[in-house]
Write a protein that binds this ligand. Structure first.
Ligand code: NDP
Length: 526
């Protein structure tokens, strides 16, 4: 990409370019391992105070941060668009609006979700004991997101971490450092106590240093390859992690679906954010009997899309985020052609622009044997394959190392749940596509190589706390029957425990009472 360099590059500089124009829009420096360590130390100190704040105080700060985002919505959308290439419309609809909803949801509900819980300990309660769970914060959370949703993904994770009482060190992608810094600025504006959220800019090396820094958890979003590197590195310090990785998400369309609607959904699911969503429609399987009609609908709609700079309000498809990503798309399209698939529209770089624009591309005659039907493309391509039976559709959809989301389109009510549960994916949408990352209330995460752990919803919040079990014996005058020393009476009591108490039946347990009393008396006389 040709870049407009406005001043000399220093060794540690990271330059942020607008991918639509190739122009430099800012530069930041890459934090060294020592700087990362200092940030984590400061975060640990800040944690000691932040963990003591009430849920009401945390809620107040998050709700004020929402206000700042609402006030600056257009400016933030413009920055997201400039740095990532996506249309401003998508910066608002797919990043700002969903994260605002997530913010209000966790601000209002985290206290309830993390309320201490009594545990029913069954017959142990008869022995005068109670158990409860309290949810303790973890400490310092290291967040390493990808560049494709540079605002909503890290901000959502920060909000959940803060509501749970943790502090955060965020390392944004080197492609979108300015959006990362903007998140820090928003929290500064609402007077979040110092060092509770810190943004350290840098590249992969800075990310690696954060993983090695001894943070209490890593929340990572990115490729499978980097995810594996993080897992390996985190194992050395037993640092726990959540990995939100890639996808090769299938959309399965049956002949009885509303084809007009399914075609509209398919082009949004495949082409929004220039196809750079982990839950993009990357493979489309349509029932053979309607394949021609459905494919024609898709091609017709695709040809109407406006490709232009993301800063224009009428743009449907913006630039891709980087030249590197565009090369992968070019390789996949070439490979499809070589393997016998047909490019029906698009299929090449859009040379009307200086930046990294790839035309929305519809491909027919694809099969699962073709390499790009197995590897994540992460670009504006929609390869279409066909199936004849429901069984075949499920087999094709599951024939992948990934399992992030999937989408099934059918008018038949019973088929909806019958099929959904057969698909190997963390989220299966029926007559819907892609968007559930935007529902902060629902869990997000993948099966198979698409991930490890969850973000969002109750399961996501639970990743950011450690459950602590508090067990109290309210009987303080008599010893436990299972304590030392052992004796023939002890052994007989233990047999009784196995036969009667461990049955879970109150009636059976009462039979144990005389033997239990004998044993306790024995222990008290020792
Ligand atoms: P990468 O794996 O290349 O990078 C992800 C993040 O990790 C970036 O911040 C990157 O920094 C950082 N990083 C790179 N190397 C290391 C390292 N050795 N140690 C620690 N951090 C490191 O992914 P992409 O940014 O290319 O993102 C695209 C991928 O993300 C796709 O596979 C996509 O499917 C997936 N994704 C998954 C989502 C999900 O929820 N499951 C959501 C969004 C995307 P830098 O960029 O500065 O190199």
């Amino acid at each position: 990409m040709s870049a407009v360099i406005s001043f000399p590059i220093k060794e540690n500089d990271i330059i942020s370019y607008n991918p639509a124009t190739g122009e430099e829009i800012g530069r930041v420096s890459a934090a060294s391992a020592a700087e990362v360590e200092t940030a984590v130390e400061k975060s640990r100190e800040a944690f000691q105070l932040w963990r003591k704040t009430s849920f009401a105080e945390r809620k107040r700060i998050i709700m004020r941060a929402r206000e700042v985002i609402l006030d600056e919505m257009d400016e933030i959308a413009r920055l997201i668009s400039d740095e990532s290439g996506k249309p401003v419309a998508e910066a608002i609809s797919m990043e700002i609006a969903p994260v605002l909803d997530l913010m209000q949801y966790f601000a209002k509900n985290a206290a309830k979700m993390l309320k201490p819980e009594k545990i029913n300990i069954g017959l142990y309660a008869l022995l005068g004991r109670t158990s409860k769970i309290v949810y303790q914060p973890l400490g310092v959370i290291g967040i390493i997101p990808a560049w494709n949703y540079p605002f909503s993904i890290p901000l959502g994770e920060i909000v959940m971490a803060l509501m749970a009482g943790n502090t955060v060190v965020l390392k944004p992608s080197e492609l979108t450092p300015l959006v990362g810094l903007k998140i820090g600025e928003i929290f500064e504006k609402v007077n979040l106590p110092k060092d509770v959220v810190q943004i350290i800019t840098g590249d992969g090396k800075t990310g690696a240093a954060l993983v090695e820094s001894g943070v209490n958890k890593i929340m990572f979003t990115g490729s499978v390859a980097t995810g594996k590197r993080i897992a390996e590195s985190a194992a050395k310090t037993l640092t726990p992690f959540v990995l939100e990785l890639g996808g090769k998400d299938p959309m399965v369309v049956f002949a009885d679906a509303n084809l007009e609607l399914a075609a509209q959904a398919a082009i949004w699911g495949a082409f929004c954010n220039s196809g750079q969503s982990c839950s993009s429609v990357e493979r489309l399987y349509v029932e053979e009997s309607v394949a021609e009609k459905f494919t024609n609908l898709i091609v017709e709609k695709t040809k109407q899309l406006q490709q232009d700079s993301g800063s224009k309000e009428t743009t449907d498809i913006g630039a891709m985020s980087s030249e590197k990503q565009m090369k992968i798309v070019e390789d996949h399209v070439a490979e499809f052609e070589k393997a016998g698939a047909k490019i029906l529209t698009g299929g090449k770089r859009n040379v009307n622009f200086k930046g990294t624009f790839f035309e929305p591309t519809v491909i027919s005659n694809a099969t699962n044997e073709m390499r790009p039907m197995q590897e994540e493309t992460f670009g504006p391509t929609l390869p279409i394959a066909t199936f004849k039976t429901e069984k075949e559709a499920v087999e094709l959809a599951n024939d992948t190392e990934f399992g992030l989301t999937a989408s099934i389109w059918t008018g038949e009510v019973k088929r909806r749940t019958r099929l959904a549960e057969k698909i190997e994916a963390g989220t299966v949408c029926v007559n819907e596509v892609l968007y559930t990352h935007g529902i902060g209330q629902t869990p997000w995460g993948g099966f198979k190589n698409s991930g490890y752990g969850r973000t969002h919803g109750k399961f996501g919040l639970m990743e950011l706390v450690q459950p602590q079990h508090i067990h109290v014996s309210h009987i303080t005058l008599v010893p436990n029957a299972w304590w030392l020393p052992y004796s023939p009476i002890a052994l007989e009591t233990f047999r009784g425990f196995a036969r009667h108490f461990a049955s879970g039946s109150l009636f059976q347990t009462l039979k144990l009472a005389p033997q239990l009393l004998r044993r306790i008396k024995e222990l008290r006389n020792k």
